[in-house]
Design a protein around this ligand. Structure first.
Ligand SMILES: NC(=O)C1=CN([C@@H]2O[C@H](COP(=O)(O)OP(=O)(O)OC[C@H]3O[C@@H](n4cnc5c(N)ncnc54)[C@H](OP(=O)(O)O)[C@@H]3O)[C@@H](O)[C@H]2O)[C@@H](O)CC1
Ligand SMILES: Nc1ncnc2c1ncn2[C@@H]1O[C@H](COP(=O)(O)OP(=O)(O)O)[C@@H](O)[C@H]1O
Ligand SMILES: [K+]
Length: 529
């Protein structure tokens, strides 16, 4: 599903209104009606609730205009709307003003909020409301919210009443998802035509609650042609990346994966990564391992073959492993390098030379990335497709910045990485994002904080390697990998809770994740279209 910034959305509105002559007031009518229907659905879900009062906080812009329309429809549905207008009536303009005057003609109560004292009085009205509609600020918000607007947001958040936000929770930047001073915590957000970046990225995503994408009559040709800022991965899109297994499939059909992972003290990373590849449909998986760890690895993992390679005195890969590793990789369809390799100097040289000469598509993670941080030109010079999968700390080392700066602008960081290193970049963390060199950006909605546990990134690397080996394009392998990895994490968290979740649980829940996929029956999406 396409995700847009406020400026792109404004351009879409302009095209609909000016180029295609869809009256703006028609769009506003549809928007407000969808909000009223969302409130009605919430009310219907709670049969014990007899209250019919709905409090609508409206600003002076078009977001407030949507609120006036919603109030009218709510009144027609038998609710008792009250509008708190957090603006001077004279400041309301255009379509919003037309709808404001209809509200006055309908004798719907309007209370004008000019000060903190007015808000104190408003509080008394809110306690027995069935729902609150937040129509203070939409995509027109610029800069920090101050004054009565901010106090109104704080009032809404202090009440124990479900909130339906109009278009985007007031106070959230539609562009970045940041809280601009204060923001409304909504149960649901009815967003117009397309979701906005700010409700897909954190922290905005947490404020938006459930997202309902409302059809407001925007011509479909405009929606189809829009160059969106990003795509939110959806189950059907990911499912489409898996071609069905031919009935006469054999283990060569789905590709051979070569994994270079592990060192003394980090054999678990190697086991998790290679088993994840095996669980993700790779035909044959071979783990290259420092030779003295070979017996341990053979005992740890049954379905994966091992290739013992020369090692350093610290039992990590030695530069002497290079020839054999490269030769073996040439018989494979994809490689993965990085989990648990250590930061030994000699191992770092091995990694650099292996990556530079590897003849097959590869995914590079963890210590693989650390080895390349000072030599990023190796990545940019590769002749084979590569995917890098840094967490924010690794991304910071690659971009010579700090993790805080990466998290501050995750979209900017992942775009910069793909541009600078000329490969597909996947930035891990809540809302993992994948950027491809030609400019596209995908955002993954699956996953949960329980996955922030040692080794879960190693599982992701193995999954992606298996998908590369079966012939997916790098962006496809990265996107499908992130989605299914997060889905396995969500299933594991549902069964075991987030606190106890460990990385091997992800392996255990991969089969269920894949089976949900093949059946295409469950809905893991946080977004209803
Ligand atoms: N266009 C269309 O056709 C359609 C649009 N639709 C709806 O319109 C919404 C966009 O409407 P919008 O552009 O009027 O702005 P909106 O979000 O209501 O709020 C901005 C208002 O707040 C003010 N303000 C800004 N920053 C501020 C701050 N920091 N602190 C305090 N005040 C601040 C700013 O005032 P100003 O500073 O400009 O005087 C302005 O008046 C969109 O989200 C969707 O819901 C739908 O109906 C479909 C059709
Ligand atoms: N809050 C979260 N929501 C979704 N996914 C998460 C969250 N926290 C962590 N993850 C995922 O868990 C994995 C952690 O990987 P990583 O940071 O490399 O850890 P490790 O190196 O221990 O394996 C990543 O895929 C990341 O996206
Ligand atoms: K709003």
């Amino acid at each position: 599903m396409k995700v847009v910034s406020p400026s792109t959305m404004r351009e879409l509105d302009r095209k609909a209104i000016e180029d295609m002559n869809v009256p703006g007031i028609v769009l506003m009518e549809n928007a407000g009606r969808e909000v009223a229907l969302a409130v009605k659905r919430l009310w219907d879900e709670d049969p014990l609730k007899k209250k019919r009062k709905v409090v609508l906080f409206c600003g002076k812009g078009n977001n407030g205009g949507d609120g006036f329309v919603a109030a009218r429809h709510l009144a027609n549905m038998g609710f008792e709307p009250i509008i708190f207008l957090v603006a001077e009536p004279e400041a309301i303009k255009g379509d919003a003003a037309i709808n404001y005057h209809i509200i006055l003609n309908m004798d719907i109560s309007v209370i004008i909020i000019e000060s903190g004292e007015d808000l104190d009085k408003a509080r008394e009205h809110c306690g027995d409301a069935a729902a609150i509609v937040d129509a203070l600020f939409g995509t027109g918000l610029r800069g920090e919210v101050q004054g009565t607007g901010r106090q109104a947001i704080e009032l809404i958040n202090s009440l124990d009443v479900p909130v339906v936000a109009v278009d985007i929770p007031s106070g959230i930047s539609g562009e970045t998802g940041k809280v601009l001073g204060a923001a409304v915590r909504a149960r649901e957000t009815v967003t117009m035509a397309l979701p906005k970046m700010g409700m897909v990225l954190y922290p905005g995503a947490a404020y938006a609650g459930k997202i309902i994408v409302a059809d407001i009559g925007m011509p479909s040709s405009i929606l189809k042609s829009v160059k969106a800022e990003a795509e939110l991965l959806e189950k059907d899109q990911v499912a489409g990346l898996f071609k069905p297994y031919p009935p006469d499939a054999h283990k060569g059909t789905f590709g051979r994966v070569f994994i270079l992972a592990g060192s003394a003290g980090m054999t678990g990373a190697a086991a998790l990564c290679s088993l994840a590849a095996a669980r993700s449909g790779a035909g044959l998986v071979t783990l290259g391992t420092p030779e003295s760890l070979n017996d341990i690895m053979e005992a740890k993992i049954t379905e994966v073959m091992t290739l013992a390679l020369p090692e350093t005195p610290q039992r990590s890969f030695s530069i002497k492993a290079l020839g054999k590793a490269l030769e073996f990789s040439s018989q494979c369809d994809a490689a993965a390098i990085g989990p648990g390799l250590s930061r030994q100097d000699e191992t770092r040289d091995f990694i650099r030379q292996f990556v530079a000469a590897c003849p097959v598509p590869m995914v590079i993670d963890a210590d693989g990335l650390n080895a390349l941080a000072e030599k990023p030109e190796i990545l940019a010079g590769l002749k084979v497709p590569a995917i890098i999968t840094p967490h924010p700390g690794e991304m910071a080392r690659l971009l010579s910045t700090d993790a805080g700066a990466v998290q501050e602008d995750r979209v900017g960081a992942v775009r910069e990485a793909t541009k600078r290193f000329k490969c597909t970049a996947l930035l891990k963390g809540a809302r993992t994002m994948i950027a491809a060199p030609e400019g596209s950006l995908w955002i993954n909605p699956t996953g949960n904080p329980g996955m922030a546990t040692g080794g879960s990134g190693d599982v992701l690397t193995g999954i992606i390697a298996a998908f590369l080996a079966r012939g997916m394009e790098p962006w496809e392998a990265a996107a499908a990998g992130a989605y299914i990895h997060g889905l396995a994490g969500d299933l594991a968290a549902a069964a075991k809770g987030e606190i106890s979740l460990i990385a091997s649980d992800l392996l255990d829940f991969l089969p269920e994740a894949f089976s949900k996929f093949e059946a295409r029956s469950s809905n893991t999406q946080p977004i209803d279209g």
